[in-house]
Structure formats: C-alpha cells, structure tokens
Write a protein that binds this ligand. Structure first.
Ligand SMILES: Cc1ncc(COP(=O)(O)O)c(C=O)c1O
Length: 434
C-alpha cells in the first residue's frame, strides 16, 4: 500500500468514526424532538465527497454521466440530465421544450396548465419563457390536479400540462396521458416530491415528455443540492445538455457532428444554442451514486410511518382529513399532510403552536395555493375556475414529518402529543358549552 493510499484509508476511518459518534438522528425520549427532515447521508457518502474533492476532478464529468444513467435506469427512462437542483431540472425541461431545437416547441403566449397547489419553481420557468401559467385547482382527496377542472381548463392556446405529484402521491397518469394525447399536449412531470413513487408499477417521471426530480437535503435521497430530468427522448436530452452548460456542444452525444460542421471554430467552444450554467458537480454525483441504492429502503420507512399515522388518527376523522393514496399509485410520503376540518374545535394555528411547543416541527402543505402569493400580482397568468380546494389546503392544512428517521418511538410520541392536544381541546370546548 502506498503512503497516499494509507492516508486515504485513515481519512475514511476518521470520517466513519466521526459519523458513528455524532451522527445519531434517532428519537431521544429524554429530549423529544421530531424534525421535518433528517440527513440521509452517512459516513460513506461523506467520504466519497471528500475523496472526489481530493481527486481535484470536481466539476461535471464522468461521475455525473454515470449517475445520470444509474438514475435513468431506476426511473425506467432512457436518459437523465443532472443539474444543480430540482428547480434547475424544471427550468431545463421548460427551456428545452421552448427551444427552436425542439420540433413544434412551446412559444411565447402558449398556455401551460399547472396545479395551483405546486411549488414556486414549478411555475417560474413558464413565466421566464413567456408562457402563460394556467392555475388549476387540486382534488381535496388526493391533493393532485382535479381532473374535471383540468379538462375544463383546456383552451385553444393550451400546449402543455406541468403536473406535480403532490407530497409523493402519484397523479392518475392514465387519465392525464389520455387527456394529453387527445389534445396533443406536452406533459412535464414535476416529481420533486415523488422520488421512487410509481403509478401502475411504473416510476413517475417516465410517463410524460420529461420528469424532474430534486436531491435537496429534505428529499427522499440527497446529493446536498441537485436535480435530474429524465426522458425517453434523445433530442430533448441533447438540448438539455446543451442548455445546461452555456449553450456549447461539448457534452452533447453528437458533439462530433458539430465539430465537423464548424471546422473553423475551436471544438471546445462551439456555441450552438443559448444556455445557462446549471451544472452539478462530481461531488453531488458521487453522493448520489451511493444514495440511490438506499432509496427503496428509505421509502419503506416513510410508508410504514404514514400507515401508522393513518391508522392511529382514524379516530379523529371528525376533525381531520388525510391525503388519499391514488388507486394504482405507490405514495412515497414526502411528509404527512393533514387538513383540519371546518367544524373542528381548533384551528390549524392552534395545533401547529401546540406541536411546536412539544418540539414537533410542522410546515404548510407545499406553500398552499401559489396564486395567492404576492409574486403573481407581477406576472401574467390565468386562473381556471375556482381554486377552492387549494385554498382549503392553504388555510387549513399542515404537514408533519414522515421521513426515513421517524422511528417507532418518534411515531408514538407524535401520536400521543396529538391525543393530548385533542383531549385538551375537546374538554375546553365542552366546558365552554356547559
Ligand atoms: C414540487 C416541487 N418542485 C420543485 C422543487 C424545487 O426543488 P429544489 O429545492 O431542489 O430546487 C420542490 C422543492 O421541494 C418541490 O416541492
């Protein structure tokens, strides 16, 4: 063994020792805290990141390419284009579908149907490409696009559906793809909350023209920051690779073709399109390569926790309703969302304050109805019909943790605290009405 290898082994051992000693995210009954997210990475991912840094080959290269194929295989698609976030994946997909390199591409003024219950960067790329977001309500049961309202929202300018699998619950892809075929629409799946989810045993992201995923810290697996767009379409893949890095042809599979076409330009710098810099690093990919094989097991725990909460809270159906898993869908529970019913003797702010006092973190369900956010005053959009369910989710909804590290003790703690809260509220209400 060389001195260099011996040193590397010591680094590895030290990282492992550090993680064994200080990486304990299990629930502590004497200091109860249930955070919305806990890290998915362990010593081996951190060592892979350090090893990549020490190699000095840190900018996008072979590891990114290998991870793209690994992820595309997992997602049952032919291609993957990694970027530096889920937002960038959303941006790249819309940029590519709006680009002259795409036949019959989206044009300024075209309408794209999006769920009102979505994330900001589900929608901003549409605005950034002069497309018109058409905000459609969600279904109050599964929280995904309301299919009747979706169909009614289609107009002469509609060119695409950009859907979200909300909180990891797959949309009814049979119905959506049928509608898309009937009206000749592009389908872009924002799967940023739905990594590993399936519909009819097929991974989300593999149905539409492009599927976008996020590897941000709080997601099912993480590369720190990171995202990926998956597709079956070679042309779209090439366009996304070109737009991802400056508009040059260097990372395109067909780079040689461009070199031949433009012999007078330095092959390293042939700009064949406009572009951004949305590249991930080799460090992100090295982490991703180790995280992906762990994804299914991490999801199993989320599903167990959700099943536990649904069973345990069934007695409170008078006060709450819960997100229903789509038939034929495998829900991957980005969190556990709950809606406080109108007739409950408490409001959502009462329960979130109570849980917070007991160190149980909560958050809104995504960010509620995006059309209610101030940014929408600035930009052209259309609201299709009423957004009453998205409003209900915004006003009466909240989510608690449902991640891989919510163990039996944490689940029991959350359920017991909720029991105490409800008992106190019910006693208080009966005292008031006595
Ligand atoms: C539906 C949805 N789309 C896009 C994103 C953006 O992903 P990122 O944070 O990786 O940019 C998120 C983030 O959680 C999301 O929930």
């Amino acid at each position: 063994m060389t001195e260099q290898q011996a040193l590397m082994n010591r680094i590895k051992e030290n990282i492992q020792q550090y993680c064994d000693t200080y990486f304990d995210f299990t629930f502590k009954p004497d200091q109860p805290t249930v955070r919305l997210h806990e890290p998915t990475v362990s010593g081996e991912e951190i060592f892979a990141a350090v090893e990549t840094m020490l190699s000095t080959f840190t900018t996008m290269g072979k590891k990114v390419r290998a991870f793209e194929q690994q992820y595309a295989d997992y997602a049952h698609t032919r291609y993957g284009v990694m970027s530096n976030s889920g937002s960038s994946a959303n941006l790249l997909s819309i940029a590519a579908l709006s680009n002259p390199f795409t036949p019959d591409h989206l044009k300024p003024g075209d309408e794209v149907l999006v769920p009102a219950l979505s994330w900001s960067t589900t929608i901003w790329p549409l605005i950034q490409h002069q497309l018109i977001p058409v905000m459609v309500d969600c279904d109050i049961h599964d929280f995904n696009l309301d299919l009747n309202k979706l169909e009614r929202a289609i107009g002469p300018k509609t060119r695409a559906i950009k859907l979200v699998h909300v909180y990891g619950n797959p949309c009814n892809m049979d119905a959506i793809m049928m509608l898309a075929r009937k009206h000749n629409l592009f389908v872009i799946e924002d799967c940023c909350e739905a990594m590993g989810a399936t519909y009819d045993n097929r991974p989300v992201g593999s149905f539409g023209h492009v599927g976008n995923f996020s590897f941000f810290f709080s997601h099912h697996i993480s590369t720190m920051e990171g995202g990926i767009s998956v597709t079956h379409d070679f042309n779209l893949t090439e366009t996304m690779r070109i737009l991802r890095a400056h508009g040059w042809s260097r990372e395109a599979d067909e780079h040689a073709k461009y070199v031949e076409m433009y012999p007078d330009i330095d092959p390293r710098f042939i700009f064949i399109n406009q572009g951004y810099n949305l590249r991930p690093t080799e460090v992100n990919a090295a982490i991703g390569q180790l995280q992906l094989p762990k994804l299914d097991a991490l999801i199993d725990n989320r599903r167990e926790t959700a099943a536990f909460f649904l069973k345990r809270f069934a007695k409170y159906e008078e006060y709450f309703h819960f997100q229903q898993e789509t038939p034929k869908g495998k829900h991957v529970w980005f969190g556990f969302p709950m809606i406080v019913k109108k007739n409950a003797p408490f409001q959502v702010k009462d329960i979130t304050a109570y849980l917070q006092r007991h160190h149980i973190e909560t958050r809104p369900i995504i960010a509620g109805n995006m059309a209610r956010h101030p940014a929408f005053k600035l930009y052209r959009h259309r609201i299709a019909g009423d957004l009453s369910s998205a409003d209900t989710i915004m006003q009466q909804g909240m989510a608690i943790a449902c991640h891989h590290a919510v163990d039996h003790a944490a689940r029991d703690y959350v359920a017991n605290i909720l029991d105490t809260f409800i008992t106190e509220c019910v006693i208080q209400t009966s005292k008031l009405s006595a």
